[in-house]
Design a protein around this ligand. Structure first.
Ligand code: AP5
Length: 215
């Protein structure tokens, strides 16, 4: 059985979302993806979406204040027992605020899975990624094909290339990751809860090793 709170940490395109969807449904955990929540907000043209859009399209981080109020709201609403955080926290400040929130709801952070992958593999994966605008499922034109070319297996709607998945934006997202998010690797290593995953392996192999880690 999964620990209470697991973070999937890693660069863009390292497979966090793909694995979080597989693992959460296998073990009955709630999956929180700040990227998916923000894309929904942009699609629905909410106040949050209007504010987040320009940061996301440039591959910059959305300001901490917006992300933290979003996370606080969903956690206090759901009060989840068992969950995977995908794409959050992404700054040291977000990590410190998450600690406070988890303390408040009495769910200790148990595992941080670090998806380790070279930059060039990230670029290859992201430029080939195709995303469903309805359910957010991700496919890849080479490594994780949909059954019908360009169509989502679940929703039967057209798959698209995300706005922030163009090569220049990906390079900026990698830089932002290195500057703002990678310091979390040491932070969680020092706490003794970081586990490194070889994210270059196949989707099935990675799922197997994650299940081993969190069981
Ligand atoms: P977000 O959506 O979180 O983007 P990201 O972290 O950059 O991650 P990605 O979704 O690009 O990649 P992934 O690791 O999930 O990989 P995936 O499984 O899709 O955030 C988007 C934006 O929102 C940010 O840039 C920022 O502006 C904002 N934001 C979000 N959270 C924020 C926060 N906390 N603070 C501030 N701003 C925030 O896989 C990629 C591709 O590879 C897919 O095509 C997949 O099919 C394929 N693939 C997956 N695994 C494998 C494998 N093992 N082998 C081969 N192919 C694979």
């Amino acid at each position: 059985m999964i620990n209470s709170a697991t973070i999937f940490l890693g660069p863009p395109g390292s497979g966090k979302g793909t694995q979080a969807k597989v693992i959460s449904s296998k073990i009955g955990a709630k999956h929180y993806s700040t990227g998916d929540m923000l894309r929904d907000a942009v699609k629905n043209n909410t106040d949050l979406g209007k504010k987040a859009k320009e940061f996301m399209s440039k591959g910059e981080l959305v300001p901490d204040s917006l992300i933290l109020s979003l996370i606080n709201e969903v956690f206090l609403r759901d009060n989840p027992n068992r969950f995977i955080l995908d794409g959050f926290p992404r700054t040291v400040n977000q990590a410190l605020e998450l600690d406070k929130l988890l303390q408040k709801i009495g769910r200790p952070l148990t595992t941080v899975l670090y998806f380790d992958i070279p930059d060039e593999e990230v670029v290859r994966r992201i430029t080939g990624r195709r995303t469903c605008t309805k359910c957010g499922s991700n496919f890849h034109i080479e490594f994780n094909k949909s059954k019908n070319d360009g169509i989502c297996d679940k929703c039967n709607v057209k798959l698209i290339l995300r706005d922030d998945d163009k090569e220049a934006t990906i390079r900026n997202r990698l830089k932002v990751y290195k500057d703002s998010t990678s310091p979390l690797i040491n932070l969680y290593k020092e706490k003794g809860i970081l586990r490194k995953i070889d994210a270059s392996a196949s989707i099935d192999l990675i799922s197997e090793s994650i299940i081993k880690f969190i069981s």
